[in-house]
Design a protein around this ligand. Structure first.
Ligand code: DLL
Length: 443
């Protein structure tokens, strides 16, 4: 085990060394790995082999990194269609772990890991923690759900590999979370940002001052969150809040992470090859342009993913990062190509609503978007929780807040919304990913 004490420069830590490879070295490694993984998928996964045959491409045709664009895409539907084991490239005897993500309809999608894959996962999560400033000896409260969701075990193995002390509390039971946070002198917390906001509320109700605790770092991800939400989290607990990204189909958390600069997420490119494509045409876009992130796993043995369509919208940041990491960065993921809401012909994303709401002073990031149809016309209603103090304020003050929010929404997204201010704690809290949108329109 390598000990990261935080006293040395980051590139001095052997664990983080791949983050600082020279571009040519990295690309050489990527090409070598790409050739191997494409061959592995072709030889062992029927779906990939058939798709490659249909487009008349063979593993030997991959001669440079840009040849990746010749390969066919893999979609979420492919995992569903081959449920449960159809995309595995390893025999079951070599598979040591399964995870699954719940789909909106019917069966979950299943993902598999060999022992080598688990080791890679621990490595990228270890590098994630290091990049967020967690050190050996830190106490890490892991409030991501343990179980089929990849958040809990992914963060767990990474924090252990780093030499931190992990508290595997999982999600839920917020009062116990707060007790642990105080009694165990927790330095770093892993959770979804929305669940952390719930903890903040509950702490306030109980008179616990999170700012007075040794908590330094929040490692937040698994759902979109905005810059104003980050400011909220950081101010509530006097800590730094970092964005981490990943998806079960690729590995789980550990695909990318922010560094101390908090300006985009470095992709662990020695294991995951990113491309940005036009989601409509499938064409690769020039570096820097916004589009859909497509990822190819360069190391995953049990279930190689070739050009997986993540549906997550972002862009590659072209400038180098002053932290010294040579890994390319993506901008935070504010939306997915499939969570776009079309309301009266206007396209909008839940994250735009969150950003507009949080511009209004004293609003909390507890909200829900409700879509209905009245006389054939889409109606947008946003329920926003009042804070306890505001709830006891005069009606005129509450009306003023309502007006401010209405104005902020209208000027930001360009359509009018009905704002309903609701009692504190009346919107259901999630222990994992928040459900922001309730669509009651008939399909
Ligand atoms: O959410 C893995 C994860 C666990 C990531 C813990 C970070 C922390 P899935 O359940 O398969 O895996 O969901 C993946 O969640 O395609 C994104 O749409 C969304 N997502 C994940 N991280 C972020 C993030 C885990 N930092 C899907 N910002 C992805 C925005 C995110 N969206």
């Amino acid at each position: 085990m390598t000990t990261l004490t935080g006293d040395q420069p980051e590139y001095f830590n052997p664990v983080s060394a791949p983050d600082f490879l020279m571009k040519e070295q990295l690309q050489r490694l990527q090409l070598q790995k790409l050739k191997r993984i494409v061959k592995r998928a072709y030889d062992n996964v029927e779906l990939t082999r058939n798709r490659m045959n249909e487009t008349d491409i063979k593993p030997d045709d991959i001669k440079s990194l840009s040849d990746i664009s010749k390969l066919p895409f893999t979609y979420k539907a492919d995992l569903r269609d081959s449920y449960p084991y159809g995309l595995f490239a390893s025999p079951m005897k070599d598979i040591v772990r399964l995870h699954a993500s719940s789909g909106t309809t019917g069966k979950p999608t299943v993902v598999a890991y060999t022992q080598c894959d688990i080791n890679v996962w621990a490595n990228v999560m270890q590098r994630t923690f290091a990049s967020c400033g967690v050190h050996a000896g830190d106490i890490v409260q892991n409030s991501y759900g343990y179980g089929l969701f990849t958040g809990g075990l992914g963060a767990h193995y990474g924090a252990e590999a780093l030499g931190a002390t992990v508290i595997p509390v999982s999600g839920g039971n917020t009062d116990r979370q707060l007790m642990i946070m105080q009694d165990f002198s927790v330095n770093a917390l892993c959770s979804t940002p929305s669940y952390f906001m719930h903890m903040v509320d509950r702490a306030q109700q109980q008179g616990i001052d999170l700012k007075a605790l040794p908590l330094r770092i929040g490692i937040f991800g698994a759902e979109p969150w905005s810059e104003p939400m980050r400011a909220h989290c950081e101010a509530a607990a006097n800590m730094k809040a970092y964005d981490i990204y990943g998806l079960s189909e690729i590995i789980g958390p550990g695909v990318g992470s922010e560094c101390r600069n908090q300006k985009g997420l470095h992709i662990f490119e020695d294991h995951f090859y990113p491309e940005i494509i036009d989601p409509e045409t499938g064409e690769v876009l020039p570096e820097g342009e916004e589009g859909e992130l497509v990822l190819t796993t360069l190391s995953k043995d049990a279930m190689p993913m070739i050009r997986y369509r993540t549906r997550d919208i972002t862009n590659i940041i072209t400038e180098p990062c002053s932290c010294g990491r040579t890994l390319r960065r993506i901008n935070r993921i504010g939306r997915r190509s499939d969570d776009m809401l079309v309301i009266r012909g206007v396209n909008l994303f839940p994250s735009q609503i969150e950003a507009a709401l949080l511009k209004v002073e004293n609003t909390q990031p507890h909200y829900q978007i409700i879509l209905t149809k009245e006389k054939g016309l889409d109606q947008l209603e946003i329920e926003v929780e009042l804070t306890a103090e505001m709830f006891s304020d005069q009606v005129s003050k509450i009306e003023q807040v309502q007006k401010q929010i209405t104005h902020a929404i209208e000027t930001t997204i360009g359509i009018s919304a009905r704002i309903r201010l609701v009692e504190p704690n009346s919107i259901a809290r999630s222990e994992g990913k928040a459900q922001r949108v309730i669509d009651r329109r008939e399909k």
